[in-house]
Design a protein around this ligand. Structure first.
Ligand SMILES: [Zn+2]
Length: 317
């Protein structure tokens, strides 16, 4: 990849400060969807445009058919924030793919980060409500066809075939990752394919990274160039060192050929960014959710510049 390490804010609200990015070492803006205003501003200011592309997230109130089915045979519980859909919903998947293809036709992003590329749940909280899914008839049939097993009920699947079920879910997510990556690389050769990730290590919450969210780094690595765990410390009840610690641990579960790049939350500033600056292996650049606030605050902007310089220096060590 001949692209420099990428540093910058996530969110179109940072467009107001785009003329200050270069001064503080930010070379990239990540923004939601194929936003023409953001692309135009990036072109004017020579800032790298990167798209966050929504995969498996929907308004369940408007589309209840997309709600995954839980162990009890009923739609899963969900609150204000939830990601993941029943992956047997062909119309939804076709619409997602059409949105991606339309964006690839009309715009030339430097990178596309696939978001919500998971089974159902929400992980940006200290005490997450974790539920196994999707046990709709079509998803159980898909499991049986893919594995050659003959299981009918959620109870039977979890009691007898738990590991195969988890593996199957991870393979299903990895299949879509590979499919979207192939579309991106065919339409826009050289475009970076990133993925936003559940920020838990494989052991936390009883293996929920794979068991619930179905994100397996090894299976995803052929599709994904850059893995970006969502290090939202305050929301998740973690310390400012969480990101630095995740990076130190990641070598044991992220294949060495893949790049890692944290997304920090401005709610955790400035301590989380300062901690990242001290990391031995700080990753391939950094994103900051709500990062517009960095550039409105000279002290934070200066810290950002300093950490970018530290990270660039480590890479050339
Ligand atoms: Zn389903």
């Amino acid at each position: 990849m001949s692209i420099p390490m990428l540093f910058g804010p996530y969110g179109s609200s940072a467009l107001s400060f785009i003329d200050r990015f270069a001064r503080y070492g930010a070379n990239t803006l990540w923004f939601h969807g194929f936003d023409p205003v953001a692309f135009a501003a990036c072109a004017r200011h020579q800032i790298v445009p990167c798209v966050e592309f929504k995969t498996f997230r929907a308004d369940f109130d408007a589309h209840p058919e997309l709600i995954p089915i839980g162990v009890d045979g009923k739609p899963i519980r969900y609150g204000k924030l939830v990601q993941g859909v029943c992956l047997s919903q062909a119309d939804f998947l076709a619409e997602t793919e059409a949105n991606l293809l339309a964006g690839l036709r009309d715009f030339a992003p430097t990178g596309i980060w696939l978001d919500y590329l998971t089974y159902a749940g929400w992980f940006e909280e200290p005490m997450p409500d974790l539920q196994e899914s999707c046990f709709c008839h079509a998803c159980i049939t898909e499991f049986c066809n893919a594995t050659g097993l003959d299981a009918v009920t959620p109870t039977e699947i979890l009691a007898t075939y738990r590991d195969r079920w988890t593996r199957h879910k991870c393979e299903r997510i990895a299949h879509y990752a590979a499919h979207y990556a192939q579309l991106i690389r065919t339409q826009r050769p050289g475009c970076i394919v990133g993925a936003y990730m559940c920020p838990w290590t494989p052991d936390e919450f009883d293996g929920a990274l794979t068991r619930i969210f179905a994100q397996d780094y090894t299976l995803l690595t052929p599709a994904i160039d850059v893995f970006t765990p969502l290090i939202y410390g305050t929301k998740s009840g973690r310390t400012p060192e969480w990101g630095r610690n995740w990076l130190a641990a990641s070598a044991s579960f992220v294949p060495a050929t893949a790049k890692v790049q944290l997304i920090l939350d401005v709610l955790d500033f400035p301590a989380s960014l300062a901690a990242l600056g001290e990391a031995d292996s700080p990753g391939w650049g950094v994103q900051v959710f709500g990062g517009a606030e960095i550039f409105a605050n000279p002290a934070w902007a200066e810290l950002f510049r300093k950490v970018v310089a530290q990270m660039a220096a480590r890479q050339s060590d």
